[in-house]
Design a protein around this ligand. Structure first.
Ligand SMILES: Cc1ncc(COP(=O)(O)O)c(C=O)c1O
Length: 379
């Protein structure tokens, strides 16, 4: 059987990894500044994470959501404490799209409406409602286009209020910083107005923290830079450091009804063990502080690269913007300089999403590699 050929692949075959270093089958080491789409939060194969998973595997890997599972409660308590969101309830699932799917569905259950506001250039996943609120025609099939979605620009309060005023909006979904779209973010004033207008017009505010959450931006959640309190928060990626786990944090003004949401795999024992290990490591190793200080160092050092026209994003969720398409540069960085970086729908942007454990020396190594690659591309 062949694989369904949907991914453009680089010719690199990783076989092992430790912290920010990935090793391929030929023994070549790569610096990982991308964490496999912002997934690796506490570093590859962190010993505490590995030990926790192995121990859980020896006891019980899986049972469905039909029995008592105290590990889910331990995860929820730790997450509430570390994120300062302990007044939310947690629904566990297995991916970012699934988290958004459940958030949008829950909002619709709560207020009986079905229309959604999303923002230009958004990315929320590839399942039914999640892809419908994703601003990318190419990945929206006719089936998905049946959903009622209005896309608006950031920071346009008038357009937002005009849409909400119609009274038929179930929810508004927004990334605190756009990931795939290219690191754009709305202003604090816009986030705060959005929160107020959602309350006024009875729409549920969903913050998609699938990529920006888990300390990546220098606070546990990206929206915490704007001092707002969403009704629903969605999480995944960094939550399991590679183990598939996602979640929906639900404001306690939204009541749970038995059977309203559900999943076979979500919240299984092994995934919760991964989730707990990640939170313990983030706390113990003060990784949010590290994200802040390494980000500052990165932004200082990158000033020595004259081709860079702008740095976008926050913390360790950064975009380096050039005035040319970076696909050749990115390829050179991976294949010849052995550094993983990411792309965005803005073709001039390199995305930097390293493990939150990254050190200054790795940034120095990257700056040297970037300068060499730029010089070679020009010559
Ligand atoms: C902001 C955001 N939301 C949702 C998703 C979808 O997550 P998943 O690929 O786990 O379904 C992504 C993935 O890139 C994302 O960046």
């Amino acid at each position: 059987m062949n694989l369904f050929n949907v991914y453009p692949l680089y010719d690199v075959t990783p076989v092992k990894a430790l912290d920010c270093i990935i090793t391929d089958e030929k023994g070549i080491e790569y610096l990982d500044l991308y964490g496999g789409h912002a997934v690796i939060s506490v570093g590859h194969t962190h010993p505490e994470y590995v030990a926790k998973l192995k121990d859980q595997l020896d006891h019980l890997a899986f049972y469905s959501n039909a029995i008592q599972n105290p590990i889910q409660e331990e995860l929820a308590t730790k997450l509430g404490k570390l994120s300062d969101c302990d007044d939310y309830d947690l629904f566990l699932c297995s991916s970012g799209a699934e988290a958004n799917e459940n958030a949008l569905k829950l909002a619709s259950f709560v207020n009986g409406k079905s229309k959604v506001i999303a923002f230009n250039n958004s990315f929320h996943g590839r399942t039914s409602a999640a892809v419908a609120v994703t601003d990318n025609e190419k990945i929206n099939a006719p089936l998905n286009k049946q959903q009622k979605v209005t896309f608006l620009p950031f920071d346009d309060v008038e357009a937002l209020e005009n849409e909400l005023k119609k009274g038929d909006i179930s929810s508004v979904i927004i990334e605190s910083i756009q990931g795939v779209g290219g690191l754009d973010q709305a202003s604090t004033l816009f986030f705060q107005t959005l929160e107020k207008l959602c309350k006024t017009y009875g729409a549920i505010l969903i913050l998609d923290e699938v990529q920006a959450g888990y300390g990546r931006t220098g606070k546990f959640f990206g929206f915490q830079h704007h001092n707002i309190k969403p009704d629903i928060i969605t999480i995944a990626k960094g939550m399991g450091n590679g183990f598939p786990i996602g979640g929906v944090l639900i404001g306690n003004h939204i009541p749970a009804v038995s059977g309203m949401l559900g999943t076979t795999f979500g919240g299984n024992h092994l995934s919760c063990a991964a989730g707990i290990a990640v939170l313990d490591i983030i706390e113990k190793e003060k990784l949010i502080d590290n994200a802040i200080s390494i980000s500052a160092y990165f932004q200082e050092q990158i000033k020595s690269v004259p081709e860079v026209i702008q740095i976008k994003g926050r913390g360790l969720m950064l975009g380096i913007e050039f005035d040319f398409d970076v696909s050749a540069l990115r390829k050179k960085l991976i294949i010849e300089k052995h550094v993983f970086t990411g792309s965005a729908s803005n073709k001039n942007l390199l995305r930097i999403l390293p493990p939150l454990t990254i050190k200054k020396e790795a940034i120095d190594q990257f700056i040297i590699a970037l300068k060499e690659a730029l010089a070679e591309i020009k010559s």
